[in-house]
Design a protein around this ligand. Sequence first.
Ligand code: SAH
Ligand code: SF4
Length: 380
Amino acid sequence: MSAAGDKTNLLGLPQRELEDWFAARGEKPFRARQLMQWVYQRGVTSFDAMTDLSKGLRAKLDDMATIGLPVVQSQHDSADGTIKWLFASGNGQAIEAVYIPEPSRGTLCISSQVGCALDCSFCATGHQGFNRNLTAAEIVGQVWHARQVLSPRPNGESAITNVVFMGMGEPLANYRAVKPALEVLLSDWAFGLSRRRVTVSTSGIVPHIDRLAADCNVSLAVSLHAPTDELRDVLVPINRLHPIGELLDACWRYAAQHTNRYITFEYVMLRGVNDAPEYAEGLVRLLKGKPAKINLIPFNPFPGTEYERSSADTIRHFQQRLRRHNLIATTRRTRGDDIDAACGQLAGRVSDRVQRRLGERTISKSPDRRSGASRNRATV
Ligand code: SAH
Ligand code: SF4
C-alpha cells in the first residue's frame, strides 16, 4: 500500500485490500466496491464527488487517502492511429504506454518497470538498463488515463478491450505489483476485463509463471525467440537461469489449467540470426502437438542496435514452414513505428542503476559495425 505524504494512495489496491482498509477504519467493506466503481468506471477521483458515500466518510477519505494518478508528460499520435503516452516516473525518467486500435479490438500495451534488467540483446528497453519497479498504482494508472482520454469504439464498446503487458519491463520480475494490478484489471468493480483479454508477456521467469497460473491465469505470452539454448542464452540471457526445457514445461503446466488454452510464443525475426529454415524446424520440434501459437515479430530497430529486421520474404517463408507442420503461426503487423511505439522500441527515459556484467554480445553478425551509441559492456 503506497502513501503520498501521510495519505494512502488507494489507486491500484485490489478489492480485498481496499475492503480491509475500510474495515480497519470502522467502515463497511462494501465501500470498497463503491469507491472502485467511481474511480475506474466513472473516472471520478475527487472523494467529494462520490455522492453515494456519506459526507462524513468523504471528509475522512480526504483526510486519509488520495487517488494518486501518474503524471502524463506527453502524447504522440501515429499516422496509423496508434497513440503513445509518456508518464513521469521520477528523477526525470519516464515510462510509456501504447494504444493500438484495430477493427476487432483496442489494445493497450502497458509498462511494468522503469527499464528492464534482463538485457535481451535486441530490445530498446533492455538497452536502457533498469531503474525501478512500477507500483500497482503506476501500472493501473496507465490504463486509467488511456480510458479517460480515448473515445468509445464505434460499436459503443470501451476503447480498451485488451490489455497486454508488453511495454517496458519484465512483468514477472515485478510480480508483487503486477498481481494486484491484474486483479484490478479483471475486477467487475473496476475495468472488468476477461482473463482472455489480458496478456502477460514474459521472457521466462519460470517460478512466477507457476504463481501466475495459481493466482490469475490470464493469457500468457512467452518471448521464445530461439529454439536452442545456445542461441537463446545470447538473445534472452535469463535463459541461462531457466533454459528452454524448463520454460516449456512451465508453459504446458500453465496451459493445463484450462482447456482450450493456448500459450503465445513470440519470436522476433532477426536477419541472419534466428531466421534460417533450421530454426523454424527447431520450433516445430519443440511446439508441434502442443497448445501453442507462434507470433512472429519483425524486428523493430532502435538507435545503437546491431540487429536488422529479416526481409518480408524470409518472414513469409518462415511462417509457411511452421504452418506446413500444422503449427498456428501469425506475423505481427508493425504499428506506430513513426512515433517509436512499435514492439521493443519503448525506451522512455531510464537511468540505469544496475551494474550488469553479462558479457560481450557473441551473436552480432558484424560486431565492427556497432556504433558509438551502442553501450560497451564489461566482459565476464
Ligand atoms: N519483458 C516482456 C514484455 C515486454 S517486451 C517480454 O520480454 O516478454 C514485449 C515483446 O516485444 C517481447 O516478445 C519482446 O521480446 C519483444 N521485443 C523486444 N524488443 C523488440 C524489438 N526491437 N523488435 C521487436 N520485438 C521486440
Ligand atoms: Fe526486458 Fe522483455 Fe526487453 Fe527482455 S525483451 S530486455 S525481458 S523488456
